[in-house]
Design a protein around this ligand. Structure first.
Ligand SMILES: Nc1nc2c(ncn2[C@@H]2O[C@H](COP(=O)(O)OP(=O)(O)OP(=O)(O)O)[C@@H](O)[C@H]2O)c(=O)[nH]1
Ligand SMILES: [Mg+2]
Length: 383
């Protein structure tokens, strides 16, 4: 576990208020991200700006404040709650006397620690390589200039920069090939599943919403649930027997987060796209979170990005025990269950979700409408 890692990194958290929505929540989330990565946040420094400084992101005075705080608290790491350009990151590294990472790098680090499956590990490495390469290439450009632009090591007239670029390029290609192979295998398994006609539901939602806890409550499985962000990385599927209907398949998936690094969405596309193929998405919301509205919007934005907007959703308002909501169901204008309020932790209302899954699965398995119209009905016998 990351908590017991010796020599834990101590970090100063830095966040700027540009007047954006949800600033305090986003900063609080950065603290959770740091803890989830096994980093100890020792102080938080905030500032207000109209726009980032091009060179340092922070202003000069603020940079000095951060540097002083790092010294005072013995912090070896400074985590910015923003995306830094490679130049800003480099300048900050020099100015602050501590290693500087941005939000994207932090999320990539957590993903790197959590990846279990072969595909997960390859996807994370690919994302990390792509995130790092923009940075490295530019600092190398700078090195190359210092060396007069002609490598002393490249016997064949190749500069070190070219050699490294070539190596990274080679590795990226290898990873992509491997991932394509795994994806082909998956699609074979997928076809087998579809042929079997098994109804499938995927749990999606913001990280920490309680997807794994609900997955366990539904399937009596032992999926890893924890009060940390991105506890789950790999998709886990289980069969679920619904009394009165039969078997369906339920999958637990990776959580989403605001500003999900684009490199990650790209790298995880194949995994995320599994969710598109579900017959229904169980969209889990933490009803006790003050940011629930933004979280729902963020999840729907990522779903749109991977082309899953059209998959029907059952919204689950989870954690009713913490938010004070009464467990229950709400129906849309067609009488279909659209929202279930429940507590995955206490189990209150989980039965209602089972019922709504039976409802959704029965609709899909029902014969098409016009087939029903052609069914023989004997008005005489019915009389
Ligand atoms: N009070 C309360 N807490 C809950 C409930 N469901 C889940 N939790 C807690 O919320 C935290 C996150 O739960 P998980 O099931 O790991 O959440 P997740 O959505 O799978 O999170 P990631 O895999 O990190 O994306 C844990 O501490 C759970 O115990 C609930 O109904 N009520
Ligand atoms: Mg989980």
């Amino acid at each position: 576990m990351s908590e017991t890692r010796p020599g834990r990194d101590r970090a100063i958290l830095v966040g700027f208020d540009f007047g954006q929505q949800g600033f305090p929540e986003s900063l609080e989330e950065l603290g959770q991200l740091a803890l989830s990565a096994g980093i100890e946040p020792v102080a938080t420094i905030t500032g207000r700006r109209s726009r980032p400084d091009p060179a340092l992101y922070a202003g000069k005075g603020k940079a000095e404040e951060i540097s002083a705080a790092a010294k005072a608290h013995g912090a070896n790491l400074v985590v910015f709650n923003h995306q830094l350009s490679p130049a800003q990151e480099r300048n900050l590294n020099n100015a602050l006397g501590a290693r500087v990472v941005d939000r994207t790098a932090l999320i990539l680090d957590i993903f790197g620690q959590r990846a279990q499956s072969r595909a997960g590990k390859l996807q994370v490495e690919l994302a990390q390589l792509e995130h790092a390469s923009t940075r490295l290439v530019r600092s190398w450009t700078h090195l190359e200039r210092q060396r007069g632009g002609h490598g002393m090591m490249g016997g064949m007239g190749e500069t070190q920069l070219e050699i490294d670029r070539r190596l990274i390029g080679k590795r990226v290609k290898l990873l992509k090939d491997e991932l394509r192979k795994l994806d082909r295998q998956r699609s074979v398994q997928r076809r087998a599943r579809t042929r079997g006609g098994v109804f499938s539901a995927s749990l999606v939602g913001y990280t920490n919403a309680g997807k794994s806890t609900l997955f366990n409550a539904l399937t009596h499985a032992q999926s890893y649930a924890a009060d940390q962000l991105f506890a789950t990385l790999d998709t886990t599927s289980r069969k679920l027997y619904l009394g009165g209907f039969g078997q369906i398949v339920v999958s637990d998936t990776v959580g989403f987060i605001r500003e999900l690094p684009h490199t990650l969405v790209e790298a995880f596309r194949a995994t995320l796209e599994e969710t598109i193929r579900a017959d229904v998405l169980i969209h889990v919301v933490d009803s006790a979170s003050p940011s629930r509205a933004e979280q729902v919007a963020e999840v729907n934005a990522v779903l749109a990005e991977i082309g899953a907007s059209d998959v029907p959703q059952i919204m689950v308002w989870n954690k009713t025990d913490a938010s004070g909501l009464e467990p229950g169901v709400e129906r849309d204008e067609y009488g279909k269950i659209s929202r279930v309020r429940l507590s995955a932790r206490t189990g209150a209302g989980v039965e209602l979700l089972r019922e709504s899954l039976i409802e959704a699965a029965s609709v899909r398995n029902a014969p098409p409408a016009d087939a029903k119209n052609h069914e023989f009905q004997d008005p005489v016998a019915d009389r």
